[in-house]
Design a protein around this ligand. Structure first.
Ligand SMILES: Cc1cc2nc3c(=O)[nH]c(=O)nc-3n(C[C@H](O)[C@H](O)[C@H](O)COP(=O)(O)O)c2cc1C
Length: 404
């Protein structure tokens, strides 16, 4: 094993947290929490991945408040989930892996009709809610000062709760078109007050969220931030401003930055390059009417984006050049041993793995054992993305076919 691979498989520190190697399971919303309650389904999924060698897994979409959920099957970070969440966290810790939770708030991108605090979803500015349009909720409003205060408080309270439950790290979602990225993006933030206009102003609310989380968890608890390097939609965030986003998060004391791109709301394909998700969307449509509609629109909306290994590496390096303190986490098509070597040779601190762990939960152990002879078998068909809303949640179609 050469020095770069040795480094990848050796213990490392994320902030003050000791990890057994440099591989972290990326947040991939599991769809395995009916009514937002974690149980065996979610726990077993993460347990298999932890046993497969990663040093830390990430529980996806930990909603900061009830109205921050896209739908009701997302886990709430408040007392309602204490017992099952504690049980799961204890079970996962028994594998020797650490646990991070990706804090999410959907802002204006929601199909959750059971709103509790709000009358309709709110983002930085009034906006068409393309996710809600399907369930008769096409409009989202703009947050007022009081809404912003409660929104920030929800990040604080959720973070305090997560630390108390036993999570070892928190990942704040600043990208992909969710609430904080709606503030960052010039397309969705058209405010004329101190929270809109220049990129520095558009970063005020995201920075307030980071500060609230830091206040809740203290200086030694690792906070990662997943940011977008571009929105991949006309009028959206582009790289020159994303570099400023990274600089600001670094200056505000984020422990580690994960560099992604694309938006779930407008153009998700750049996030997980590979085959179009259109065939999967059509196949998994819940009824004949939606299937027929999707047959016409999905292929136009979601085009193939030919897969290539390490598709975010160039952008990641440009972000890193602007960073003074934060550790850097690479994500995006690191699916072979050669790629692990390349990323480590670049001096990157950690690697997040998404689809490759859905195909092979033991990717890390297998790569360590077989080195360059190893192939995961993930074809980037992206069916897993479209299995999110199916009963039982995400799975790899190839694995099901192979075991049938
Ligand atoms: C099924 C699925 C669900 C995902 N859900 C999330 C999510 O909840 N939060 C997030 O930040 N990214 C999500 N992503 C994006 C991944 O975290 C990751 O950025 C992307 O898949 C690229 O990494 P990869 O090439 O290792 O898969 C998801 C990806 C997949 C395939």
């Amino acid at each position: 094993m050469n020095e770069h691979l040795k480094r990848a498989f050796s213990p490392a520190k994320l902030g003050q947290l000791e990890l057994r190697n440099r591989f972290i399971k990326a947040a991939t919303f599991e769809g395995k929490t009916p009514n937002g309650i974690p149980g065996e389904l979610l726990s077993d999924f993460h347990k298999e991945i932890c046993q497969g060698g990663v040093s830390m897994t990430t529980i996806a979409y930990c909603a900061t408040e009830p109205d921050g959920r896209i739908h009701q099957d997302m886990i709430l970070m408040n007392e309602t989930t204490r017992e099952p969440l504690t049980k799961m966290v204890d079970e996962l810790h028994s594998t020797g892996a650490m646990i991070s939770g990706q804090m999410g708030h959907c802002g204006h991108f929601s199909k959750n009709k059971d709103l509790q605090r709000l009358k309709r979803p709110l983002g930085p500015s009034r906006h068409f809610n393309n996710m809600g349009a399907m369930v008769g909720m096409p409009y989202a409003g703009a947050m007022g000062d009081k809404d912003i205060e409660l929104f920030i408080q929800s990040f604080h309270d959720a973070a305090a709760y997560m630390k108390d439950i036993g999570f070892n790290a928190i990942e704040i979602h600043f990208g992909h078109g969710y609430a904080l990225s709606q503030f960052i993006s010039p397309l969705t933030n058209r405010r004329s007050d101190q929270y809109g206009g220049s990129i520095e102003n558009r970063m005020r609310v995201p920075v307030m969220a980071l500060q609230a989380v830091r206040k809740a968890v203290g200086p030694d608890f690792p906070i990662l931030g997943k940011m977008g390097m571009f929105d991949a939609v006309r009028g959206g965030l582009r790289e020159p401003e994303a570099l400023v986003v990274a600089e600001i998060l670094d200056k505000e004391g984020i422990d580690a930055l994960i560099t992604s791109g694309g938006t779930s709301s407008y153009n998700p394909m750049p996030m997980f390059r590979g085959d179009s998700i259109a065939p999967g969307i059509i196949e998994t449509a819940p009824n004949l009417i939606t299937k027929t509609i999707f047959k016409f629109i999905a292929p136009k909306m979601f085009r193939d984006m030919p897969y290539k290994e390490l598709y975010f590496l160039d952008g990641h390096k440009r972000v890193r050049e602007r960073i003074k303190n934060a550790q850097m986490v690479y994500i995006g098509g690191c699916h072979t041993v050669e790629s692990i070597e390349t990323v480590m040779a670049e001096g990157v601190d950690f690697i997040q793995l998404g689809r490759v762990l859905l195909k092979d939960p033991a990717f890390v152990n297998n790569a360590k054992e077989k080195l360059h002879d190893y192939r995961s078998g993930c074809t980037h068909c992206n069916f897993c993305v479209t299995s999110i809303d199916l009963p039982g949640g995400i799975y790899c179609k190839l694995n099901r076919q192979e075991s049938a």
